[in-house]
Design a binder for this molecule. Structure first.
Ligand code: HEC
Ligand code: HEC
Length: 204
């Protein structure tokens, strides 16, 4: 075997490996739809509520795939604590996470009217420091920063309070929420929650 033949065999091997991992990284949305079945009992019912404490189960339709995977891994590792989500995430393999994330991230709302009770225009001003990461309207461009647009107002309030208290740990968000007052949290959550284009309840 001469050097040239060896080179092309190695090159073909590399190409095959890359091809396989690229397909895997994308996830299979159709497989994900099937694997999402048990999740739908909570995430595919608009307005479904977590029992104790009482707050809406987050809308995840249209969330960035990267964020979905990172959240599920955080529950698996115990870095994010929630009884039923820990149980739901623990049984998923790496491939399951990729498939589920591919399915979940496909959804998008373009014209919904979500009821909010805080002051949307005050919230818009107060959310200015967040825009660089989460986008002007909460539809972040960087897929590592969660979309907030269209999320339940009450869920956003709960999460921001958890970051502020340090119950949910993330260095960036712990410091970003430190100086927010109770009123700031309500108004910012109303602003993101009122967006017509953003996250949506899974509907299939
Ligand atoms: C018993 C109800 C229930 C089931 C079943 C369930 N979830 Fe959840 N899920 C929740 C609740 C409640 C939260 C918010 C928990 C928290 O505050 O951290 C959540 C959070 C999440 C988040 C993070 C959302 C965010 O905005 O940070 C993702 C992603 C998620 N779930 C995906 C799934 C997937 C995938 C499954 C199925 C494998 C699933 N869930 C099954 C109730 C459920
Ligand atoms: C430097 C970038 C950055 C800035 C600025 C920033 N965030 Fe975040 N935010 C993130 C990242 C990254 C996460 C995911 C953290 C995690 O995994 O807990 C996040 C998570 C969140 C979440 C949780 C989303 C969910 O579905 O669980 C909320 C709510 C939030 N940010 C609101 C805000 C608000 C309000 C501000 C402004 C006061 C802000 N963020 C500023 C990067 C940022």
């Amino acid at each position: 075997m001469n050097i040239k033949t060896l080179g092309s065999i190695v090159a073909a091997g590399v190409w095959l490996t890359l091809g396989a991992s690229a397909a895997q990284a994308a996830g299979d949305a159709e497989e994900g739809r099937k694997k999402f079945y048990t999740c739908g009992g909570c995430h595919a019912i608009e307005g479904y509520s977590n029992a104790f404490p009482n707050y809406p189960v987050p809308r995840i339709g249209g969330q960035h795939a990267e964020v979905v995977i990172a959240s599920l891994k955080a529950y698996q590792a115990g870095a994010r604590i929630h009884g039923s989500m820990e149980g739901n995430a623990k049984t998923q393999s790496e491939q399951d996470l990729l498939d589920i994330a591919a399915y979940v991230s496909r959804f998008r709302s373009i014209n919904v009217n979500n009821h909010v009770s805080g002051n949307v225009s005050a919230g818009k001003g107060k959310a200015a420091p967040c825009a660089g990461c989460h986008g002007e309207d909460g539809n972040s461009v960087d897929p590592n920063n969660p979309r907030l647009a269209g999320q339940y107002e009450a869920y956003l309030i709960k999460v921001l309070k958890e970051y502020k208290k340090g119950v949910r740990k993330n260095p960036i968000m712990n410091s970003m929420s430190e100086s927010l007052s109770e009123q700031d949290i309500k108004d910012i959550s109303a602003f993101y929650g009122s967006q017509k284009k953003g996250l949506v309840t899974i509907s299939d």
